[in-house]
Design a protein around this ligand. Sequence first.
Ligand SMILES: C[S@@+](CC[C@H](N)C(=O)[O-])C[C@H]1O[C@@H](n2cnc3c(N)ncnc32)[C@H](O)[C@@H]1O
Length: 120
Amino acid sequence: MKEHWDEIYEALDADELTWYEEIPEASIKLLSKCHITKDESILDVGAGASTFVDYLINQGFSNIIATDISKIALDKLKIRLGKEKTSQVRWIVDDITRPVHILNLRDIAVWHDRQYYIFY
Ligand SMILES: C[S@@+](CC[C@H](N)C(=O)[O-])C[C@H]1O[C@@H](n2cnc3c(N)ncnc32)[C@H](O)[C@@H]1O
């Protein structure tokens, strides 16, 4: 699966992906229903190069964890964010079906997972 996703992210820019959203409205709406504080942790599983991470940073959330099976996807997101915003996020390359690093995480307030499940 890793090779599959790496190939996609290597071949296409983030805004060329079929699932690209300029504004992740559904995710934003769902998050607003969680009523968490800005310092509680949000885990984005299969974050890819998603604009949801940009949104969270811009809203002042300070405990964001972006994970994906594809390092290439996360690297693309880091490039878009730039150095300063990249440093505000914790990055984890992990396979959610065989998690290693994610298992060490504690006190996750919100688990965000958009569309990952439909592929399995
Ligand atoms: C349809 S994309 C959605 C990306 C992003 N959440 C968004 O909304 O733009 C699915 C994402 O899940 C990641 N993914 C697929 N299988 C995975 C796995 N087993 N573990 C972690 N991430 C995975 C892919 O690399 C890809 O970035």
